[in-house]
Design a protein around this ligand. Structure first.
Ligand code: TSB
Ligand code: ZN
Length: 652
């Protein structure tokens, strides 16, 4: 509608939508649009295409448009209005509820409230019913400018200290607005749908504790989560997806399958690997170390502590301090838990004289490191504070960069094929030149390294996307991006090109002409951290990992107590051939044991009875395939051993 820098546009809500243009002198231009057509969410002000709160100052291209329920903005308005309806329902039911804040979020909305009693799970159903009633009432949602006196008096009368605190935080002179629907209004900048009837299909999901203003020293409120969609079908699809995500969540699977645990006594984000998970981890570690050895990597061990001076020299102290645990002062030394392994590997390189003939030097380690991650960001094994990275630093000559990067990428692809991982995307991660705090400021260096990494990726013909501000502080990265069960994108493997640390540590090699030159470093993680890869595998395979990665390959089940010794003998034969087997000798029914083995996602079950014992046979059941039938024990075990060795499951 307009294109200006200082015109102020006002759109009022409600069914009778009208627009006003307010020019700086206070002149008002405007027009009434009339009654909103059915099916439209609201009339909204859009600045550069984004719905803005009513009464905002425009600093881009603005227009006034209908917002439709099936567009992202429409969903956001609907969910924000649903949060108000939730608050209204709570006031109707509980009267003395104190209201915190209630925003729309990515996949729904929430409201933080303080209630005399914690809500029971039944309570959610009756609150949702009241919300449905308010939606059916279809009352207009109107914006109203209020005086500070009026709104303070209102919340004082209600005894709502949370709202009073919010108001106190708004500077004098800022226009205060409420959105009113029937008997209820809420302090809010908007914008909302025109009337409660246009909210669509809603559902309350769950509650969680949330500190007031995210501050652990303030009271704990109850956060009630819900979601809203344009149609009942869209809502039903989302709820089904949430259920599926819950089933796939590695935290649930990890607990049920007894792979790992977290203990309050140990500390947040510090995982305890239980025997099953540790077996999977050891399998991955052996696999990758063997593979790296065959590709010319040399493995080292270095300590998890390093001196502050080391990290000052590397630049971590300046650019990575937010992710580091505080230093410890002992015996005239200042030590930190390392957040990365690179500086130690620089010392490995420096421990010897290097000639151009020695390069590339590929230094690898299953390097344990500790990072301070915000407690709110910790997510099971996906994001932890103590982790072990399948790390390596490749020291090479500039003319070797492309070849080395290509080798790493092909290693990543080989490993993913063995792991059965097919859902991933490549991302080229560049620095954000404006962020001088995070990124080492050397424009020429960044231009060179970013262009070079892009060239490698282009030459390999990889499809990739680009992201500004995702580089490491020392250089650009090629990241392999995956999705968690909760649809959050995370980085698994990474290949990073670094011209900076060689300079900071004054690394050199003696070139063919006898002159000392600077090597380049490629940082790379293939499996990523054992923690993140394990979380990913659990979710990707819903707990049913390829046989070779499964903690138990075969569960041997005697049909009755009379065959316990026979079952144990089968286990011994398996074990001798590196097939991981255990016998289920519990005093339980056969059917129960089979179901239990299935729940544990164990790839093979051997059932042993009289016929099997007498014929040196096993009765095989296979995960996902069911009953296979009786066959000679030696054949069955050889076949499984072969699948493990080839890292490929076959159908029987
Ligand atoms: C590859 N110095 C490089 C190394 O040489 C490095 O540390 N890069 S990193 O910071 O990107 O981390 C490597 C990988 O560790 C990431 O790609 C990611 O997969 C994994 N990772 C990072 N932080 C965490 C965390 N908090 N929890 C679990 N895994 C993590
Ligand atoms: Zn590194």
């Amino acid at each position: 509608m307009t294109n200006s820098t200082d015109i102020r546009l006002i759109v009022t809500s409600g069914l009778d939508a009208h627009t006003e243009l307010v020019v700086p002198q206070g002149e008002t231009v405007g027009g009434v649009l009339g009654r909103l057509p059915h099916g439209v969410q609201a009339v909204a002000l859009r600045v550069d295409g984004v719905v803005r709160e009513v009464g905002c100052t425009i600093d881009g291209n603005a227009d006034i448009a209908y917002v439709m329920p099936d567009e992202p903005d429409g969903l956001a308005l609907m969910r924000h209005s649903a949060a108000h309806v939730l608050a209204q329902a709570l006031v109707r039911i509980y009267g003395d509820v104190q209201l915190g804040i209630g925003p729309a979020i990515e996949e729904g909305f929430y409201y933080d409230v303080l209630l005399a009693e914690p809500l029971s799970s039944d309570a959610l159903a009756s609150i949702e019913e009241e919300m449905q009633r308010i939606i059916a009432e279809d009352v207009p949602i109107r914006r109203r400018v209020v005086s500070r006196e009026e709104i303070v008096a209102h919340y004082e009368a209600r005894g709502d200290a949370l709202k009073l605190e919010l108001i106190a935080g708004i500077p004098e002179g800022v226009e205060l607005t409420v959105y009113e629907q029937g008997e209820f209004f809420d302090l809010c900048r908007g914008q909302h749908v025109a009337c409660t009837g246009r909210i669509g299909a809603i559902k309350l999901l769950h509650t969680a504790g949330a500190y007031w203003r995210g501050d652990s020293k303030r009271p704990m409120l109850q956060r009630i989560y819900g979601t809203a969609f344009a149609t009942p079908q869209a809502l039903a699809d989302h709820v089904a997806w949430l259920e599926e995500a819950k089933q796939r969540d590695h935290r649930k699977l990890g607990r049920e399958l007894k792979w790992f645990t977290f203990a309050g006594e140990v500390g947040q984000g510090l995982p305890i690997w239980l025997p099953r998970g540790a077996t999977v981890r050891r399998t991955m570690e052996r696999y990758i170390v063997d593979k790296e050895q065959s590709l010319g990597y040399e493995h080292v061990y270095t300590p998890v502590l390093g001196s502050v001076a080391l990290y000052q020299q590397s630049g971590h102290w300046d650019h990575y301090a937010d992710n580091m645990f505080p230093k410890m002062d002992m015996d005239n030394e200042s030590l930190v838990l390392r957040p990365m392994n690179c500086p130690h590997h620089m010392m490995v390189y420096k421990s010897d004289l290097r000639s151009y003939r020695d390069l590339p030097v590929r230094i690898a380690e299953l390097g344990t490191m500790h990072r301070y991650e915000y407690s709110g960001a910790l997510t099971g094994l996906h994001r932890v504070r103590a982790m072990t990275l399948n790390d390596a630093h490749i020291f090479c000559r500039p003319d070797q960069i492309k070849d080395e990067c290509a080798r790493v990428i092909s290693l990543i692809q080989e490993v993913y094929a063995d792991f059965g991982i097919d859902a991933y995307r490549f991302r080229l991660s560049y620095r954000d030149p404006a962020n001088t705090e995070k990124y080492y400021p050397d424009d020429a260096m960044w231009d060179t390294s970013q262009a070079m990494l892009r060239e490698v990726v282009e030459q390999l013909g990889l499809e990739y996307e680009e992201a500004i501000g995702e580089a490491a502080f020392y250089g650009p990265k090629l990241d392999v991006q995956i999705m968690t069960a909760l649809r959050k994108e995370e980085t698994l493997s990474t290949v990073q090109l670094d011209f900076l640390l060689p300079q900071k540590f004054d690394l050199t090699y003696v070139d063919a002409d006898g002159v000392k030159r600077r090597p380049v470093v490629i940082h790379r993680g293939v499996i990523s951290t054992m923690e993140r890869m394990t979380a990913f595998l659990l979710e990707h395979f819903a707990g049913a990992l390829p046989t070779w990665l499964s903690p138990v390959h075969v569960r041997v089940i005697p049909v009755s107590d009379a065959f316990i010794d026979d079952a144990q003998r089968v286990v011994d034969v398996c074990t001798a051939q590196h097939v991981r087997a255990e016998a289920d000798v519990r005093n339980e029914k056969l059917g129960y044991k089979i179901r239990h083995a299935q729940q544990e996602r164990i790839p093979y079950q051997f059932v042993i009875g009289a016929r099997e014992r007498d014929n040196a046979a096993v009765s095989v059941r296979k995960r996902g395939q069911g009953e296979i039938g009786s066959m000679p024990m030696a054949d069955a075990i050889a076949r499984i051993a072969d699948e493990i060795a080839r890292k490929r499951d076959g159908s029987w």
